[in-house]
Design a protein around this ligand. Structure first.
Ligand code: V47
Length: 353
C-alpha cells in the first residue's frame, strides 16, 4: 500500500511517509486532508466567542522569537492588578462572552497567588465562564520559582477554577531547534509531562507548534509525532494549532515570511498525521484571516474566535490587536461555503449560525 492508499483507507502514516507528503502536489495533498476533514466534521467550522487577557509582559525567560516580553524590544513593562483583570472580566461577562484565555509572561515579582487566585475570583463571580489559562511554560516557571511540583501547581490551578490549558509554549519539540530559539524555558519533555499530568485529571488541553522560523520540515513532523504519541496515551488534546512565526520586533532575525504554499501543506499534513486529535485550528491571528479561511479546504475545522484583544502575536507584527467583529467573522465563513458553528471551549456545539 502506498501512502495515498493508506490515507484513503484511514490507516496511520509513519514519520517518513508524513515527511514525504511535503513533496506532493499541494492540491492533491489538500484534497486528501479535505476528505479527512469532511469525514470528521462535514462542512462545519467551529469558532468561539472569546477574549484573550495577557496580564503581564515582564518575563525572566528570553525567547528569541518573542516580541511581547518587556525585557526585549517592547519597552513598556506592565502587570495588571487583579482589580484591573476583574474589570475586563466584568465587561466581557456582561456581553455574553463564554471563554477567557489568560496567558502571561514569566514574571518573578508578582508572587504565586497573583497568578492563581485571580481564577477563583473570576469563578466565584462567573461560574459559567470557561477559564483557559496558564501554558505549560508558565506552570514550569511557577514550579521552579516557588519550589513546588508540577502536581502541586496543577492542583492549585484546579482548586482555583482553571478549566482547561491553552496550547502555548510548545514551540518546536526538537531539542536542537528549541535550544536555539528558547533555551532555558520548559523543555519538550517537561511540556509533554505537564500536559500528561493535566490529562490524567480528566482535563482537556490544546497543543501548538510555532513554525516558519529556523525549523526544518522534519522538525514539524517530529513535533506532530510526539503529540500523536501522547494523545494515544491520554486522549486529552482537543485541538492542534500551528502558529505561523511573525517576524517583527524580535531577535530571531528571519527575513523571509513562510509561503502560503508551505503553510497550507503543513496544515494538511498535520490533519493527516494527527488522526487522533479531533480538531485542527487555523489561527487567523498568525496566518491572516484569508489564509485561515482557505485552510478550511486543507484540513482545518476551527478558526479560534473573535479574541477581542491580542498582545503576544500582534507585538510581533500580526494584525490582531483588536480581534474580529463577530458578524463579519460569521459572514466570511459562510461566504467560503462552510457552516459556522459556535462551540464552547470543550467543543460542544452551541449554535449553528
Ligand atoms: O507559545 C510568540 C507564540 C504562543 C510569536 O490554546 C509567536 O487555544 C508567532 O499559544 N510569532 C502563545 N507566534 C499563543 C498561543 C495560543 C493562541 C491561540 C489559541 C491557543 C489555544 C493558544 O504564541 C506562544 C508562542 O508559540 N508566539 N511569539 C511570534 N513572533
Amino acid at each position: 500500500m502506498n501512502v495515498v492508499e493508506k490515507i484513503k483507507a484511514g490507516k496511520r502514516i509513519d514519520f517518513d511517509e508524513a515527511l514525504g507528503l511535503y513533496e506532493m502536489d499541494l492540491f492533491e495533498l489538500g484534497e486528501l486532508a479535505n476528505e479527512r476533514r469532511l469525514k470528521m466534521h462535514g462542512k462545519k467550522t467551529y469558532f468561539n466567542i472569546n477574549r484573550h487577557i495577557n496580564p503581564t509582559n515582564i518575563c525572566k525567560d528570553v525567547c528569541k522569537f518573542c516580541a511581547y516580553s518587556a525585557s526585549r524590544k517592547n519597552p513598556k513593562p506592565y502587570a495588571l492588578k487583579h482589580e484591573e483583570i476583574m474589570d475586563i472580566v466584568d465587561d466581557i461577562a456582561a456581553r455574553g462572552i463564554k471563554e477567557v484565555h489568560i496567558v502571561s509572561a514569566h514574571n518573578p515579582e508578582t508572587g504565586l497567588d497573583w497568578y492563581t487566585t485571580v481564577f477563583s475570583k473570576i469563578k466565584a463571580k462567573y461560574p459559567e465562564l470557561h477559564i483557559k489559562a496558564l501554558t505549560a511554560a508558565e506552570i514550569h516557571f511557577l514550579s521552579e520559582e516557588y519550589n513546588k511540583s508540577y502536581d502541586e501547581i496543577i492542583d492549585i490551578m484546579i482548586e482555583n477554577g482553571v478549566d482547561s490549558l491553552p496550547g502555548g509554549g510548545a514551540e518546536i519539540f526538537d531539542e536542537e531547534v528549541r535550544d536555539y530559539i528558547c533555551k532555558g524555558k520548559v523543555t519538550s519533555e517537561q511540556w509533554l509531562e505537564i500536559h500528561e499530568k493535566w490529562h490524567s485529571r480528566g482535563r482537556k488541553s490544546n497543543v501548538t507548534m510555532l513554525f516558519g522560523h529556523v525549523e526544518k520540515r522534519k522538525d514539524r513532523v517530529d513535533h506532530m509525532m510526539r503529540i500523536r504519541d501522547l494523545q494515544d496515551k491520554t486522549g486529552g488534546f482537543n485541538c492542534f494549532i500551528p502558529l505561523v512565526y511573525q517576524s517583527e520586533n524580535n531577535f530571531l532575525n528571519i527575513k523571509e515570511f513562510m509561503t502560503a504554499h508551505e503553510i497550507l501543506k503543513t496544515m494538511a499534513i498535520s490533519r493527516l498525521v494527527l488522526d487522533n486529535v479531533a480538531n485542527l485550528k487555523a489561527y487567523w491571528v498568525t496566518s491572516t484571516v484569508n489564509l485561515a479561511l482557505l485552510s478550511q479546504e486543507f484540513g482545518a475545522n476551527d478558526l479560534d474566535g473573535t479574541i477581542e484583544k491580542e498582545s503576544i502575536n500582534s507585538a510581533a507584527g500580526a494584525n490582531s490587536a483588536n480581534g474580529l467583529e463577530l458578524q463579519e467573522f460569521i459572514d466570511q465563513i459562510k461566504d467560503t461555503g462552510f457552516i459556522p458553528v459556535e462551540r464552547d471551549s470543550l467543543y460542544n456545539e452551541l449554535k449553528v449560525w
